[in-house]
Design a protein around this ligand. Structure first.
Ligand code: DX5
Ligand code: ZN
Length: 233
C-alpha cells in the first residue's frame, strides 16, 4: 500500500504561532485547508520546555471541528496516562504519547481509544524503532520525530527519512491504515522526500506560522511541495 500524495494531510503546529493572535492564525491555516491542527504539550520534565495545556486545546477545538479538521495533540509529558481523559474531554481527536514517557504504553494507547480519541505513538529521534513495533496494533497514528522534541525551529534530522520508510514497510505488512506523521524541521524543501518515504501527515510550525508569506500561502505552498512527490500509482 502506497500513500497517494492526494491523501497527504498538513498539520500546522501552533507552537510557532503568535499567541496574541492564536485564534486568528489558526483560522487562516484552516481556511487554507489544513486538515490537522497540531498542538504540542510540554511539561518541563520530559522535555526542557513548557508549552500549553488542556485550556488551549479546549479554546481551539470548536473552531478546528467546525472547519472539519482534526485536533492533533502531541504529549511530550511524563506519565501521559494521567492526562488522557482531560485532553480527550478538551476536544483532542488524536492523542499521541512518547514511548519513553509511559510505564504502560499499550494500556495508555487503549485508554486513549476508550476515551473516543485516536491513539498516537511516537519516539525520540535516537530511540530505537523496535521500541514501538509491538505498539503498532494499538496505534491509529505513528509519529516520527525529525528533531529532538522540545522546541520549534530546529534543523531537520535526515535520519528520519529511513525511519519513515521502515515504519511504512511495517504498516504495509500489517495492512494497517494508521497515519504516518512526521514532525520537526519540515518545509517545502523536504516535504516531497518525506511523502516519497511514506509519510501521510506533515507537521510544520515555523515554515507555516513564521514564513515570509501569509499563513494561508505557506499552507498551500507546503501542500504543493508534498504533491510534487514522485509516488508511483
Ligand atoms: C517539537 C514539536 C514540533 C514543533 C515543530 O517538539 O513537536 O511539533 O512545533 O516545529 P518546526 O516545524 O518549527 O520544526
Ligand atoms: Zn509536535
Amino acid at each position: 500500500m502506497r500513500v497517494m500524495p492526494s491523501t497527504i494531510k498538513i498539520a500546522p503546529s501552533i507552537l510557532a504561532a503568535d499567541f496574541l493572535h492564536l485564534g486568528d492564525q489558526v483560522a487562516q491555516a484552516l481556511e487554507a485547508g489544513a486538515e490537522y491542527i497540531h498542538m504540542d504539550v510540554m511539561d518541563g520534565q520530559f522535555v526542557p520546555n513548557i508549552s500549553v495545556g488542556p485550556v488551549v486545546v479546549e479554546a481551539l477545538a470548536p473552531m478546528v471541528h467546525k472547519a472539519g479538521a482534526v485536533v492533533d495533540v502531541h504529549l511530550m509529558i511524563e506519565e501521559p496516562e494521567r492526562f488522557v481523559p482531560q485532553f480527550a474531554l478538551a476536544g483532542a481527536d488524536i492523542i499521541t504519547i512518547q514511548v519513553e514517557a509511559s510505564k504502560d504504553v499499550f494500556g495508555t494507547l487503549k485508554m486513549i481509544r476508550t476515551h473516543k480519541a485516536r491513539s498516537g505513538l511516537t519516539l525520540r529521534p535516537r530511540t530505537p524503532l523496535l521500541s514501538i513495533q509491538a505498539g503498532l496494533p494499538y496505534a491509529d497514528q505513528i509519529l516520527v520525530m525529525s528533531v529532538e522534541p522540545g522546541f520549534g525551529g530546529q534543523k531537520f534530522l535526515p535520519e528520519a527519512v529511513a525511519r519513515i520508510k521502515r515504519i511504512r514497510e511495517w504498516l504495509t505488512a500489517a495492512n494497517s491504515m494508521a497515519e504516518l506523521e512526521v514532525d520537526g524541521g519540515i518545509s517545502t524543501a523536504n516535504a516531497a522526500t518525506l511523502v516519497e518515504a511514506g509519510a501521510s501527515v506533515l507537521v510544520a510550525g515555523v515554515s507555516i506560522f513564521r514564513a515570509a508569506v501569509p499563513i494561508g500561502d505557506a499552507v498551500r505552498a507546503l501542500r504543493a511541495a508534498a504533491l510534487s512527490a514522485a509516488v508511483p500509482s
